[in-house]
Design a binder for this molecule. Structure first.
Ligand code: PHE
Length: 357
């Protein structure tokens, strides 16, 4: 009896987990456990012997049972402790990280401009940034010997010797999207095309990569008057000043005839630019009636259709509207600059909400 007692109490205290402990319980007290088998032998004993042995066996059984329970509770506590340690969580930590990013002024102004023209029925069109020189120049009535090819300070894509595929350039303006949109859609058409353009140029107001917004409207009888109204309407909404005044200056582009550059009335007051008042003028875009040769190149019949096109610099518009003096800083990725000039991520510009709010 003492041997059994020592054996099982040692096994119980040595069990390292609940499964081992259960094995010990079965070995001692299970149906075929050692102590249970001993109980069965009681029937073959004489009454006195049976009483003494039975009582001792019962005590042993109770003792082991008690030890098992105590050990089980201890193992359970230890497991819980381990889990608590494992799954520990500092609930005093801030629940959400502070928003870090801001919307870049170029993205913001791109959204504002798109919202205004969408409101006037213009859809958004796109084209590739690596463009064939046919789309970038020829189709826009810029002949190979035309000085505009040089004026555009074009980046040409490198070519292997013997490569006779058509030459490609980084597009110097968004005007090739006019051609692509008309080829894809025909006339009538009303699209804008915002996007990146490239020219070898770098100073306070020029970067080798910048952003333009192209506009194109073609129908049976669209005239300069429609162009003027659309641009005035745009400036009023974009600069959020009622009495904007525009000046149309005769100009020349190979892809429009007649052509006009458009200036907006403004003044400089102690380094601060004011749009819509004063006696200064600031050029903001190029425009004109789409040249018949351009329509033809894009597969649109110039005897049946006509319309206007314009192109403006998105970065330039952002500088004007938000008083940002140096264009180069736009592309420096300086976080301090972005926090200063950037916009909150959830403020989507809308015409009805007042774009800049
Ligand atoms: N593509 C011209 C430029 O980049 C702008 C322009 C577009 C002018 C459409 C007239 C019509 O300077």
């Amino acid at each position: 009896m003492d041997d059994l007692r020592q054996k099982y109490l040692a096994l119980v205290s040595g069990a390292g987990d609940e499964a081992t402990l259960e094995d010990v319980r079965l070995a001692a007290l299970g149906k075929k456990g050692e102590i249970s088998l001993k109980m069965r032998e009681l029937g073959r004993m004489d009454p006195e012997m049976r009483q003494a042995t039975g009582a001792a066996l019962n005590r042993l059984k109770d003792e082991i049972d008690l030890a098992l329970r105590a050990k089980k509770a201890a193992l359970g506590d230890a497991a819980l402790d381990a889990r608590l340690k494992d799954e520990w969580l500092d609930v005093t930590l801030p629940g959400r990280p502070r928003a870090q990013g801001t919307i870049h002024p170029v993205s913001q102004v791109g959204e504002e401009v798109t919202a205004i023209f969408a409101d006037m029925g213009f859809a958004v069109a796109e084209g590739p940034q690596i463009e064939s020189d046919w789309y970038n120049f020829d189709a826009l009535n810029i002949a190979p010997e035309h000085p505009a090819r040089q004026e555009h300070d074009t980046f040409f894509m490198a070519r292997e010797a013997g490569d006779d595929r058509p030459p490609h350039v980084l597009r110097t303006h968004t005007s090739p999207v006019q051609i692509r949109a008309m080829q894809a859609q025909g006339a009538p058409i009303r699209v804008i095309a915002p996007g990146r353009v490239y020219r070898m140029d770098m100073d306070q107001t020029h970067a080798p990569m910048f952003h333009q917004l192209e506009g194109l409207a073609i129908d049976r009888d669209i005239s300069m008057a429609n162009l003027k109204w659309v641009l005035e309407e745009f400036c009023r909404a974009f600069f959020e000043v009622e009495g904007v005044e525009l000046r149309f200056r005769a100009s020349h582009f190979p892809f429009t005839e007649p052509s006009a550059e458009v200036d907006i009335r403004c003044s400089w007051d102690k380094g601060q630019l004011k749009i819509g008042e004063g006696d200064g003028w600031m050029e903001i875009l190029g425009s004109g009636m789409v040249h018949p040769k351009v329509l033809e190149a894009a597969g649109v019949d110039p005897d049946a259709w006509q319309g206007f096109a314009f192109g403006m610099g998105i970065d330039r518009l952002a500088m004007l509207k938000y008083g940002i003096p140096d264009l180069r800083a736009f592309f420096d990725s300086d976080l301090r600059w972005l926090r200063h000039y950037g916009f909150a991520a959830l403020d989507m510009p809308t015409v009805s909400g007042g774009l800049s709010r």
